[in-house]
Design a protein around this ligand. Structure first.
Ligand SMILES: [Zn+2]
Length: 204
């Protein structure tokens, strides 16, 4: 879905999922174009030990950040990382995406924050994501791109798609005039409705 949604090119970005029953994280192989990725060559990693069984492809270089997030946010089941164009344009100028659309209120409950530049050593990116994240399931990393997450693979994917979609609309809005943020009390109304009564009952 990532290339189909236009969020990645060639082999950029990555995605992982976590299965708490087996304790395994499954992540995209390093430097592999998406059209070559199959269920068979996804890399399986033990979350507790970080060990990868021999004979598998090399895991994405961003594996440590994915593992850090699963270890510190127990409800997480999926993490998506992209350099999608409009969202990463905001990251290139260290601008958060202000909450000036009801769609941002629904999905993110406030602005989508932009963290400062963070280097790629150790747990710096994982720590930075938790330090600078807002209420919603995504963050921009200054000079870098997007991390999005969710309680399922489809939720994380939706968050990554939504960040790019609203970044594009907000960018267009900036060409027309001054962005008008929504009052937090109004943001809360959209957020609460979206997280309580929106969509179909799961029994349907
Ligand atoms: Zn990246």
């Amino acid at each position: 879905m990532l290339p189909k949604a236009g969020l990645v090119t060639m082999h950029s970005g990555n995605v992982s999922g976590y299965d708490p029953e087996s304790g395994k994280v499954v992540i995209k192989p390093s430097g592999m174009d998406y059209d070559l990725v199959t269920p068979a060559n996804l890399v399986e990693v033990d979350l507790a030990t970080g060990e990868i069984a021999p004979g598998q492809a090399k895991a994405s270089v961003d594996l440590p950040h994915h593992l850090y997030l699963y270890r510190h946010v127990p409800e997480l089941r999926s993490v998506v990382h992209t350099h999608s164009n409009y969202a990463t344009a905001f990251a290139s100028v260290h601008k958060s995406i202000p909450c000036c659309l009801t769609a941002i209120s629904d999905e993110f409950g406030g602005e989508i924050p932009c963290a400062p530049y963070i280097d790629n050593e150790g747990d710096h990116i994982g720590e930075g994501i938790l330090k600078y994240r807002g209420r919603g399931p995504a963050i921009l990393l200054g000079n870098h791109g997007v991390f999005a997450w969710g309680t399922s693979v489809s939720n994380a994917l939706k968050a990554a798609i939504m960040v790019e979609d609203v970044a594009k609309t907000v960018h267009l809005g900036m060409q027309l005039g001054t962005l008008i943020p929504i009052d937090q009390t109004e943001v809360d109304k959209w957020w609460n409705r979206y997280h309580t009564s929106y969509g179909q009952d799961s029994s349907l």
